[in-house]
Write a protein that binds this ligand. Structure first.
Ligand code: B4P
Length: 199
């Protein structure tokens, strides 16, 4: 359920690359007054700032590979510490591995709260490739530029990330919906899941 000790709304938005996580996060933070934590955005910000962390992350991201767990967990840990007054969080693109999910649970306990629910956007590979190639025309993101890299990211999702869904299913926190369709319709369905669950 979406209940937790401090009645914060902490949503994990899940799905393969290009499923619409970033797109839906923007709408959700406005509706529910949540803090958006996108590990992809946080990593790209490190790259732009030219930090040591960013330099190491860039090599992996450009190849469509995951950044090491301890790096992303450390970033999330400091973001949580910087936002202790938040009404809740949208975790976008995190957790991407089971160890990341376990660490998130441990961090949430420290703040006397927990993950409310995971919402997974399901989109078939051909549609993901189409969307990301389209975004690549204007995003300037090296990982959106060629089809082989995009397919590798989808493959990494299928082999390393998909099992995170099972982690939340075991806790009865898993909700899936079809991520193909109009952005506004998908948003409505996500809100329905959240509103049904909220106390
Ligand atoms: P991310 O930044 O998370 O990249 P993403 O999954 O491609 O983005 P997203 O899924 O949010 O894009 P959206 O669907 O909104 O990660 C990039 C890299 O960072 C990873 O490959 C990895 O190297 C590293 N990384 C990040 N987090 C990590 C972690 N936790 N652990 C390890 N490594 C990590 O948008 C896609 C496109 O689809 C947009 O152009 C959008 O306009 C379009 N779109 C959205 N909804 C649509 C709809 N309904 N219909 C049609 N088009 C739609």
């Amino acid at each position: 359920s979406c209940e937790n000790p401090r009645s914060m709304l902490n949503i994990v938005l899940f799905g393969p690359p290009g499923a619409g996580k970033g797109t839906q996060s923007q709408k959700l933070i406005a509706r529910y007054n949540l803090v958006h934590l996108s590990t992809g955005d946080l990593l790209r910000s490190q790259i732009t700032q030219g930090t040591e962390l960013g330099l190491r992350a860039k090599k992996l991201m450009d190849e469509g590979l995951l950044v090491p767990d301890e790096v992303v967990i450390g970033m999330i840990e400091s973001q949580l510490a910087n936002n202790t007054e938040a009404a809740g969080f949208i975790f976008d693109g995190f957790p991407r591995t089971v160890p990341q999910a376990q660490s998130l649970d441990e961090l949430m306990v420290r703040y006397d709260t927990g993950v409310s629910c995971m919402i997974a956007l399901e989109v078939a590979e051909e549609e993901l490739v189409k969307r990301l190639l389209e975004r690549g025309k204007t995003s300037g993101r090296p990982d959106d530029q060629d089809e082989a890299k995009i397919r590798r990211r989808v493959n990494v999702y299928n082999t390393e990330t998909a099992q995170v869904a099972g982690y939340y299913a075991e806790q009865q926190k898993f909700h899936a919906l079809n991520g193909i369709g109009a952005i506004e319709e998908i948003f409505t369905q996500i809100c329905d899941i959240i509103d049904q669950k909220q106390v």
